[in-house]
Structure formats: C-alpha cells, structure tokens
Design a protein around this ligand. Structure first.
Ligand SMILES: Cc1cc2nc3c(=O)[nH]c(=O)nc-3n(C[C@H](O)[C@H](O)[C@H](O)COP(=O)(O)O)c2cc1C
Length: 214
C-alpha cells in the first residue's frame, strides 16, 4: 500500500488554552505543563530540540535532554567543545522546542545562553551513573573518529584509569542555561485553529502575554 504523507492529518481535541488560566511567569507555566506531561507517561518528556547558529549564520538543530528548570531558565548538559558548544561560544543565543504529542502540546523557547557554574555542573556530573561519567571522558563529541573501536578502546582506557577512584568532571563537559526572553505555549485545537499564547519579556522586566494566530 502506498502511503500518502499529504493525507496524514490528525484533528486535535484534547483541550484549549486561555490567557486567564496562565501563570504570570512562563517558567512557572512551563513547570505546570511539564508535570502534566510526566503524569501522562510521555516517553522522554524532557527531550527537546535545541537550535543554535553556526559561524555562517546558519541554524543547526539537535535533541538534548532538559535536566533542570530553575528561576532563571532551562538547563541541559553537554560537551563544551562539541559542535553546539562551539556554536554557543560564537553566538550565545538558542531556541528550544518541546513536542508532547500525547497532550497535543508544543512549547517554544528563545533566549540567551550561559554556562552554569562549575559547582552546579559538578553536582550533576557526580549524580550520573558511572557509565555515563566515563562516556563523557571517552567521547570527543562531534569530532570525526575512525571507527566504533576507537570509542570502545577509549572507554576501556578511562575505565582502567578511574578504577576504584572518584571520576572527576571533564573540564570540557557541563551545563548551559537558556535564559528565555520568549516562551510560547501551543495547544492543538480542531480545524487547525490552535491556541498559541506567547510570553515576551518587556524592558521593565514584566512578561507580556499575547495570543497569536495559529
Ligand atoms: C533523545 C536524545 C537525547 C539526547 N540528549 C543529549 C544531551 O542531553 N546532551 C548531549 O550533548 N547530546 C544529547 N543527545 C545527542 C545530540 O542529539 C547530538 O547528537 C550531540 O549532542 C552532538 O550534537 P552537536 O554535534 O550538534 O554538538 C541526545 C540525543 C537524543 C536522540
């Protein structure tokens, strides 16, 4: 049977989104939606698309995992010398997108990116399983490598090096915080008349909420 992509469509009926229901702060609103997505048993609700800008002003996107939301922003962890790390060193602005299909919800975030403190990165690194800690040492993320064996050997080397020792955080591995100036909440509705409510940060530090056409 031939599949027609053009005929793949779904009507969204799960709910609506109204300004009066929203919290004043988008991070508080995000936390509420995130808790609802966890309760809905969505597979990896913290998976988010992270878009950065490369040195030729072209967008580059990939998925990373949200690991914390604090009062300032959205935190993820990675290799600082990876492609995304280089993009962010050159141009510290990023966009995030979450898609929670089971709830018919999307969240978009735009903001400035900063490295979190070494102490915060250490705390998270130390909480990771040993295999993940060793993986951070073994993988020169984003670099061309000759073959799979290279990684396996590298992992063996670091496993031997740190046997029965506390594994320190690699200096080139840690967290970033995306500090939002725009956060949009999208709820799918019938007939493509979806609800979009967008928070934007005004110069006086207040968040303005606007409804956008879908
Ligand atoms: C579900 C999922 C979660 C991921 N989480 C992370 C993450 O938290 N940090 C990370 O560095 N890469 C993560 N990755 C891998 C990235 O998508 C990407 O391959 C890697 O970070 C290299 O990207 P870059 O070359 O653009 O720097 C994840 C991939 C998937 C599919």
């Amino acid at each position: 049977m031939k599949m027609s992509l053009a005929d793949l469509r779904k009507n969204y009926t799960k709910g609506g989104l109204f300004k009066k229901q929203l919290k004043i702060n988008p991070l508080a609103q995000f936390k509420q939606w995130f808790e609802e997505s966890v309760k809905s048993e969505i597979l990896e609700p913290n998976a988010m698309t992270l878009a950065t800008i490369n040195g030729e002003s072209k967008p580059v996107a990939r998925i990373v995992l949200l690991k914390n939301v604090d009062e300032r922003g959205f935190i993820f962890f990675t290799n600082y010398t990876s492609r995304k790390g280089q993009n962010l060193a050159d141009n510290p602005w990023a966009s995030l997108v979450f898609w929670w299909a089971e709830l018919e919800r999307q969240v978009r975030v735009e903001g400035k990116v900063e490295k979190i403190s070494d102490i915060e990165s250490d705390q998270y690194f130390n909480s990771r399983p040993i295999g993940s800690q060793l993986g951070a040492w073994a993988s020169p993320q984003s670099q061309v490598i000759p073959n799979r064996d290279f990684l396996e050997h590298s992992l063996d080397e670091f496993t031997n090096k740190y046997e029965n020792k506390v594994i320190p955080r690699p200096q080139n591995w840690g967290g970033y915080r995306v500090i939002p100036h725009l956060v949009e909440f999208w709820q799918g509705r019938q007939n493509r008349l979806h609800d979009r409510l967008c928070y934007s940060l005004k110069p006086n530090g207040q968040w303005q909420i606007d409804r956008l056409a879908p």
